[in-house]
Design a protein around this ligand. Structure first.
Ligand code: BEZ
Ligand code: FE
Length: 259
């Protein structure tokens, strides 16, 4: 590694972190006696990741969980979780109680998701926003699959005067990392499975508070204990209750840190 003296703190941090990471990679290349054909295959695969536009997918599957856990250590309120590659800003703005935009024949079981947004002192935060997005009951995200309409199962839901929200949606399916692209090919080549457990995504915002990016999972759901993206936390796992009329209910209260 070159050792030209870094001249400012950003350069110093870049040099330290990058030199360390590259050093670890070089050590591991030695440990595994990586051959020229393996190096050339890896190089061709990395080029394909870029050509396929899969850098966000690959990084969020294998590395975002580490960065997120570090960020969560600096929080006192609700646990965060990875954002993943499928957030789209600017979803329709709705007021609680709200039904997420969906097709007239939206497949899947109805889910009524409720809760309250509060600050660290337990005060409800009226007018806070739950920006929610999810896969549909076939595991497809709108804007990342040709079937669902543009804002399907995405919305910014404003809480009521008591900080409460009630969001009617559908129970999402587990999500399968696309198999045909370079990320999916790597997963197959290593003999791993391609699945994330079913989950809801949200960014929760309120004036004067730090935005919380999180996900909620369903207790006992497939892949909850073996998420390919290593992002499940026990405290983010919800019990799904039967409402008795064919619908399901899940409840979670968000606590936001001060900004
Ligand atoms: C997701 O949350 O859907 C996701 C996260 C990381 C990689 C791919 C998908
Ligand atoms: Fe997701």
């Amino acid at each position: 590694m070159t050792t030209t003296a870094a001249v400012n703190p950003t350069q110093q941090r870049t040099a330290e972190v990058v030199a360390d990471i590259f050093g670890v990679i070089n050590e591991r290349l030695v440990r595994h006696s990586v051959t020229y054909p393996e190096y050339q295959a890896a190089k061709a695969w990395l080029i394909k990741v870029g050509e396929a536009g899969e850098w966000p997918l690959l990084l969020d599957v294998f590395f975002e969980h580490t960065i997120e856990k570090l960020a969560s250590e600096r929080r006192q309120g609700s646990s965060g979780c990875i954002e993943g590659p499928y957030y789209v800003p600017g979803a329709p703005e709705l007021s609680s109680p709200a039904t997420l935009p969906q097709r007239p024949d939206e497949p899947g079981d109805v889910l009524v998701f409720t809760g309250t947004v509060r600050d660290l002192d337990g005060n409800p935060l009226p007018g806070s926003v739950v920006d929610i997005w999810q896969a549909d009951a076939l595991g497809y995200y709108s804007q990342f699959h040709p079937d669902p309409p543009q804002w399907n199962l995405r919305a910014n839901v404003t809480t009521g005067a008591d900080g409460r929200f009630e969001i009617t949606t559908v129970v999402p399916a587990p999500y399968e990392i696309p198999k045909e692209g370079p990320t999916g090919q790597l997963i197959r080549a290593a003999g791993w499975h391609h699945w994330r457990p079913a989950h809801l995504h949200m960014m929760v915002r309120a004036q004067g508070c730090r935005t919380l990016t999180s996900q909620l999972f369903f207790a006992g759901g497939e892949y909850v204990d073996e998420d390919i993206a290593s992002a499940v936390k026990p405290e983010l796992t919800l019990e799904l209750a039967h409402l008795g009329d064919g619908r399901y209910a899940a409840e979670y209260d968000f606590t936001l840190d001060p900004a």
